[in-house]
Design a protein around this ligand. Structure first.
Ligand SMILES: [Zn+2]
Length: 105
């Protein structure tokens, strides 16, 4: 789900009776949806990792097919890509600003 799509969902949620609360409520819903989306992504990543274990492809980078380092799998057991590919792909598909997310908690 793109950030723009989430913004559209947020804009359709209940309109508060007090207009002064609008920006605050929208921001809280944004954080909630944002976090929910991240949780869903993590869940999908873990489910995908479990499938890769079944298919004996766990620990192999899905992009370059090189083994993912044990150190990386130790830190991110559901890692689908090696560090190099993750950085390349992550830079292309990043939708959320981690700094904004952390400061909102
Ligand atoms: Zn790779």
């Amino acid at each position: 789900m793109s950030a723009q799509k989430i913004a559209q969902v947020v804009s359709r949620l209940d309109v508060p009776s007090d207009e002064g609360d609008l920006s605050q409520q929208s921001h809280e819903e944004w954080i909630f949806l944002n976090r929910n989306t991240l949780d869903m992504k993590l869940l999908r990543d873990i489910q995908a990792a479990l499938r890769r274990i079944e298919q004996s492809t766990y620990g192999v980078c899905a992009a370059c097919e090189e083994p993912i380092s044990a150190k990386r799998l130790d830190a991110v057991p559901w890692a689908k890509f090696c560090v190099r590919c993750q950085e390349r792909i992550g830079a292309e598909t990043a939708e959320f600003d981690d700094d904004d997310f952390d400061s909102a908690r």
